[in-house]
Design a protein around this ligand. Structure first.
Ligand SMILES: NC(=O)c1ccc[n+]([C@@H]2O[C@H](COP(=O)([O-])OP(=O)(O)OC[C@H]3O[C@@H](n4cnc5c(N)ncnc54)[C@H](OP(=O)(O)O)[C@@H]3O)[C@@H](O)[C@H]2O)c1
Length: 161
């Protein structure tokens, strides 16, 4: 199951606002870390710029159309390179943002979706919808807000039908 997408969305599909996450959900970040640790993470250049530092323990690969782009702790990549590694059997995690999820959803085998039980005011970035003809909900778990979470949340794992 090589190409995994992972995101957290609100009840209206919102994932971002003003270049950042619109919430603090510590339990979701812990889950994100546990799932992605040790695997390459692929992100759009705007998501890279939203990170305070490179994600430790993971190869940070950044998609940009600027051939001369570089930044400490990241490696520029291309869709073709991502595709080739995935086809070779490597497990890769696509970690955002909206443009990159939309670009790669059709090639994904698994989607890890967290639904954050709120509706964000002014969300300006959205996740693509999961079409029920293509995607099957393999597992779901709703948990009440823990320490460090602003909202209750549901962790879902979707697989290609
Ligand atoms: N809730 C979540 O789970 C989650 C996760 C991640 C991010 N986010 C949020 O999402 C927002 C950012 O998402 P976004 O949609 O604005 O941007 P994005 O998807 O992170 O990055 C877009 C950039 O990716 C590059 N790109 C797009 N298509 C490409 C292609 N075919 N080949 C090479 N490079 C390509 C371009 O970079 P250049 O302009 O450099 O060419 C483009 O500007 C932020 O608010 C962030 O906090 C939320």
């Amino acid at each position: 199951m090589p190409l995994h997408l992972i995101w957290a969305e609100d009840e209206a599909g919102g994932i971002g606002r003003d270049g950042d996450l619109p919430w603090r959900q510590r339990t979701d970040l812990q889950r994100f870390k546990a799932l992605t640790m040790g695997h390459p993470v692929i992100m759009g250049r705007r998501t890279w710029e939203s990170l305070p530092f490179p994600l430790p323990g993971r190869e940070n690969l950044v998609l940009t159309r600027h051939p001369d782009w570089s930044d400490d702790g990241a490696v520029r990549t291309t869709i073709e390179h991502v595709r080739a590694r995935s086809e070779a059997g490597e497990t890769l995690f696509i970690i955002g943002g909206g443009e990159i999820y939309a670009l790669l959803l059709s090639e994904a085998t698994v989607v890890h979706r967290t639904v954050v039980h709120t509706t964000v005011n002014g969300a300006d970035t959205h996740a693509p919808p999961l079409d029920s003809a293509t995607w099957t909900l393999a597992s779901t778990e709703t948990i009440a807000a823990q320490d460090g979470d602003a909202h209750d949340q549901t962790f879902e794992r979707w697989t290609r039908s």
